[in-house]
Design a protein around this ligand. Structure first.
Ligand code: A2P
Length: 257
């Protein structure tokens, strides 16, 4: 397979002024693990302009889906945000990434902690039937500045209830915990504070974070990753990788600079 394959845009949705998602065709030969990312982009002046994007769709789905921020004057996203149905985008052939089950030791509960577009790998992971075989409970914690920025993730979570196959597997074992920092909402505060102070445990009725039983995947900006790592390290969690599975794994949310 060539290093980059053109795929056709099937659908584009704009969620806020800053956020959009799009679906594309997928080659049958394009295989990935839920939670991984790949290079995607556009041909600009005859040259591929690429950035890393997590697959927001699951590997059992026919099409690919991506969730993106629009960076003002960002070389790629300022172009990508203008795509429409029928356009072509380039998709790399080599998905990779650490937010995969094999990087984590077995555990009871899986916490997926995301801020902003960092929710993308987790909308893939929560559709993975295997994750519910490995864990009793999956908790998706998504922090954004404003309520409307939660919409993409919330819609994916809600769509699972209409999925006959997955809804049966999941039952009530997926806990969705959305929180915002800059307006009033059901849950308010940074994901780190809510976990650190035990507010998530109080609200969900789950035990306090425990390295013996809990596993954590984190995707967010550099400051979120640093703070989450500090919080988990202090509780005896150890970062894992494919070569040495651990009790948590991190990936930077890919924001165009
Ligand atoms: P805040 O509003 O307090 O900055 P962004 O849109 O900048 O990527 O932020 C997404 C969310 O991540 C916001 O709710 C933001 O909160 C939060 N955030 C920013 N820095 C941190 C951090 N170090 N730890 C946890 N959450 C953070």
């Amino acid at each position: 397979m060539a290093a980059l394959a053109p795929q056709t845009v099937l659908d584009v949705r704009h969620w806020t002024d800053r956020l959009f998602s799009f679906k594309t065709t997928r080659d049958a030969s394009f295989r990935f693990e839920n939670g991984q990312f790949v290079m995607i982009g556009l041909a600009v002046n005859g040259k591929p302009l690429l950035r890393a994007y997590s697959m927001a769709s699951a590997n059992h789905e026919e099409s690919l889906e991506f969730f993106s921020i629009k960076v003002p004057n960002g070389p790629l996203t300022s172009q990508l945000s203008k795509i429409s149905k029928g356009d072509e985008i380039l998709v790399g052939a080599k998905p990779t990434g650490t937010l995969v089950q094999a990087s984590l030791l077995p555990g009871k509960r899986l916490y997926l902690v995301a801020t902003g577009t960092g929710v993308a790998p987790f909308t893939s992971v929560i559709k993975d039937p295997e994750i519910y075989e490995r864990f009793d409970v999956v908790v998706l914690i998504h922090g954004c500045r404003f309520i409307e920025e939660l919409s993409f993730g919330r819609e994916v979570v809600e769509s699972l209830k209409d999925d006959e196959y997955l809804s049966e597997i999941i039952g009530d074992r997926l806990i969705y915990y959305p929180t915002v920092t800059r307006e009033d909402y059901l849950h308010r505060g940074r994901v780190t504070e809510l976990l650190d102070t035990g507010i998530v445990a109080r609200d969900t009725g789950l035990p306090a974070l425990d390295a013996a039983e809990d596993r954590v995947m984190i995707c967010g900006g550099p400051a979120v990753l640093a703070d989450m790592c500090g919080l988990l390290d202090a509780r005896g969690f150890e970062e894992g990788a494919l070569s040495k599975p651990g009790t948590y794994v991190i990936e930077k949310a890919f924001v165009e600079r």
